[in-house]
Design a protein around this ligand. Structure first.
Ligand code: DHB
Ligand code: FE
Length: 289
């Protein structure tokens, strides 16, 4: 059976791509952020996941305001990156796992979680940079297959934190019932606090970010009690990317422990946070409620 072996969350600020292209990893500005991935690299080298389910928010590359699915999932054999206007290098294509994607889609729809299925899907910086941060030396061939999952964080109304947690739980159940022996890592990208526009542009809330990091590990259900308005007040209008962290955490079942966690402000306009959780023991596949 497939097993979820852990969950990784990271900010996905586009300028990370510029820093990588320039080789700025050791500069004082970037070093604390890139150093946060050293324990992640050791863990990945030891655990060797086969597939990464990457939960992120598209910023206008694959979906735009005219057609915006609340939740979408890729079912393609290959996912291309493209220039979305940030001027950062386009990264090599990613190999999908259509069989696992369709298993998740079928299981979710069977359990009344209806998401948009995409047999073609461009992946933006929120997907590509976290995978590059996981595997900086990968070259043209990534060591994991991928399943992209998007959560709308752009066009209101946005899904609630409670709904995103349930999405993660549903993905976790679906993966646990997949018959092939695969090690799966779930990645949630975005956040933490940031606001890129309006009178509060530049807003960062370190206290709330640290609270979220604690709750993601110890009490994720507490985060599902926040309304979107409360999250935007506390974390800024783009801080709703926290939903991807909440969904990632929902997918982890059984005992969860922290492998590493780092918080550093600012990375560009954002509270830069990285966290890796190990899913230590595995429950048997369970039916949806
Ligand atoms: C920034 C952060 C983001 O999450 C994003 O998608 C774009 C820009 C920033 O802090 O600059
Ligand atoms: Fe973003």
């Amino acid at each position: 059976m497939a097993r979820i072996i852990g969950g990784l969350t990271t900010s996905h600020v586009p300028s990370i791509g510029g820093a990588i292209a320039r080789g700025d990893q050791e500069t004082p500005y970037w070093k604390p952020f890139f150093d946060a991935f050293k324990p992640v690299h050791s863990w990945l080298a030891k655990e060797k996941p086969d597939v990464a389910v990457v939960i992120y928010n598209d910023h206008g590359l694959n979906f735009f305001l005219d057609k915006m699915p609340t939740f979408a999932i890729g079912a393609a054999a290959k996912y291309d990156n493209a220039d979305e206007g940030w001027g950062i290098p386009v990264l090599p294509s990613f190999e999908g796992d259509p069989d696992l994607s369709w298993h998740i889609i079928n299981d979710l729809v069977d359990h009344e979680f209806d998401l948009t299925m995409c047999q073609e899907m461009l992946v933006d910086h929120a997907f590509t940079l976290p995978v590059k941060l996981m595997y900086p030396d990968a070259g043209d061939h990534w060591p994991v297959k991928v399943v992209p999952v998007t959560i709308n964080s752009v066009q209101h109304p946005l899904p609630t934190a409670a709904r995103c947690y349930k999405l993660g739980q549903a993905i976790g159940r679906a993966v646990a019932s997949y018959p092939k022996d695969l090690k799966v890592v779930v990645v949630g990208t975005g956040g933490l606090s940031h606001q890129l526009d309006g009178t509060r542009a530049g807003f960062i809330n370190k206290e709330f970010d640290l609270l979220c990091m604690d709750k993601i590990l110890n009490d994720p259900v507490a985060l599902t009690k926040y309304s979107n308005r409360q999250i935007i007040e506390q974390a800024g209008s783009q801080g709703v990317e926290l939903m991807t962290w909440i969904a990632m955490r929902g997918a982890l079942q059984g005992h969860v422990s922290k492998v590493t966690s780092t918080y550093h402000v600012p990375i560009s306009n954002t509270g830069g946070a990285v966290m890796l959780l190990a899913n230590d023991d595995q429950p048997q596949a369970v039916a949806a409620e």
